[in-house]
Design a protein around this ligand. Structure first.
Ligand code: ZN
Length: 131
């Protein structure tokens, strides 16, 4: 039986990781992973069992996270689902008319293959798929 999809991580846009981290570290007791950079953002991942919270801080105002913060303020930027087969999931999305931002998988933080689905066809949530 194929593995069922899971929540891989929730990406949260913040103006400052340093300012956001105490809640996750001091209150929840989560240990941050090493900072990474992708898509013009600094990313710190905090593992929560089989999933994670990713704090996303813009490196420049023109980056996707910088623009998101300017438009909407801090908050949930995207939800990432882990699927058993990313290529198959993208093909299914395409066949069903979902609006793919990435037509083919690319490499995101941590070297994982990822692809984004546009929020206009997913109830307003930017979806990231990984495997
Ligand atoms: Zn993500």
């Amino acid at each position: 039986m194929p593995a069922s999809p899971q929540i891989a991580h929730i990406g949260i846009a913040v103006p400052s990781i340093a300012a956001a981290l105490p809640f996750y570290h001091d209150v929840l007791g989560l240990e941050p992973g090493p900072p990474e950079e992708a898509d013009g953002s600094r990313i710190v991942s905090l593992g929560l069992g089989g999933s994670a919270v990713e704090l996303l801080e813009p490196l420049t105002p023109e980056s996707p996270i910088g623009r998101f913060l300017a438009r909407r303020g801090p908050g949930i930027h995207h939800v990432c689902y882990r699927v058993p087969d990313l290529d198959q999931a993208l093909a299914a999305c395409r066949a069903a008319g979902y609006d793919l931002i990435d037509q083919t998988p690319r490499f995101g933080a941590g070297g994982h293959r990822i692809a984004f689905v546009h929020p206009r066809t997913t109830a307003g949530i930017l979806l990231e798929l990984t495997e």
